[in-house]
Write a new protein. Structure first.
Ligand SMILES: Cc1cc2nc3c(=O)[nH]c(=O)nc-3n(C[C@H](O)[C@H](O)[C@H](O)COP(=O)(O)OP(=O)(O)OC[C@H]3O[C@@H](n4cnc5c(N)ncnc54)[C@H](O)[C@@H]3O)c2cc1C
Length: 276
């Protein structure tokens, strides 16, 4: 049989495959899409504390929610904007005990348009998906965080909550040096002052001196190698394409500086990712 893709968990598209499979195998399978609608997840009410809007200079916005249930930075918020099977996930930052999202607005995007239209004082139904594999490492001596764009979301929370002053370095990449990225700069400055963050590195890909976050990582190759060698943790959040590029850079760094493969550190649980 040919491969069939199922978009957005669609019961109708899944049924198309079921019908073909049924015909090919003679197995008497039900072909009513309603049979294949998953169990509706339990959702909680969450209050919208604040929400910003996109502008000509930046296509990202923030949403802050108050939530009764326990959650951590690095967990995910699952929303169902059309009250059906279509689910959208967003990385959570816990800032001032509130749930904060950094979202990129997509034209005609189901989830991002829904979040962008939220009004302060109203509430939404959503659920928290625990994402243990991307929590701030409790025992690490040194943490290197790498993000591009909206990938900064969980790190804002992890840094805000770094009361144990674990040595943390943040590498970020954005398009423009605009009011939003200036806010990240002043956030980082405050966090450096209270020892929650050791160093903040920022690259802009559409400003005069074009730079990507990988370039910043390459510049600090020696430090990155030393951190991995001493058991430090590298966390990456943002675009999948960026993760692939970062992994390539880390592979070269490990081979050149440590004569080891990056795979060894990955296997050792020193590389955590939340990319999409
Ligand atoms: C683990 C994880 C964490 C994530 N964290 C974040 C985060 O912190 N912040 C964030 O912003 N995103 C995050 N995402 C991505 C997020 O889940 C959504 O994928 C993203 O917001 C786009 O969803 P959407 O519903 O707005 O757009 P969709 O409705 O999925 O559409 C995506 C794009 O496709 C176009 N499109 C849709 N249908 C069609 C069609 N039929 N023909 C042509 N074009 C079409 C839309 O116009 C849009 O531009 C995360 C994803 C994962 C998996």
């Amino acid at each position: 049989m040919n491969i069939v893709t199922v978009n957005d968990k669609s019961p109708e598209e899944f049924t198309t495959w079921v019908k073909t499979y049924k015909e090919a195998t003679d197995i008497p399978l039900a072909t009513t899409p309603a049979m294949y609608v998953g169990k509706a997840p339990k959702l909680k009410n969450m209050n919208v504390i604040s929400s910003t809007k996109v502008s000509d200079e930046d296509a990202t916005f923030n949403v802050t929610l108050s939530v009764k249930e326990k959650f951590k930075s690095g967990d995910l918020l699952a929303i169902y904007p059309a009250n059906d099977h279509r689910e959208r996930l967003y990385s959570i930052g816990k800032v001032n005990n509130k749930l904060q999202l950094v979202v990129k607005l997509h034209e005609f995007g189901l989830g991002s348009q829904y979040l962008h239209q939220l009004v302060e004082g109203t509430s939404i139904k959503a659920r928290i998906v625990k994402n243990k594999a991307f929590h701030f490492p409790s025992k690490a001596k040194k943490v290197i965080m790498i993000a591009n764009g909206t990938g900064i979301a969980p790190f804002l929370g992890m840094i805000d909550e770094n009361n144990k002053n674990v040595e943390t370095h943040l590498y970020t990449g954005f398009r423009y040096h605009n009011s939003i990225t200036k806010k990240y700069e002043s956030f980082a400055k405050e966090q450096i002052n209270i020892n929650h963050l050791k160093k903040f590195n920022i690259a802009f890909s559409r400003e005069e001196q074009k730079q990507y976050v990988m370039d910043l990582v390459k510049q600090d190759a020696h430090f990155i190698a030393e951190t991995l060698q001493n058991g430090g943790i590298i966390m990456v959040c943002g675009a999948l394409a960026m993760q692939h590029d970062i992994e390539k850079v880390l592979e070269i760094i490990c081979q050149e500086h440590l004569s080891k493969t990056f795979e060894e550190f990955k296997m050792n649980g020193q590389f955590l990712t939340d990319c999409y």
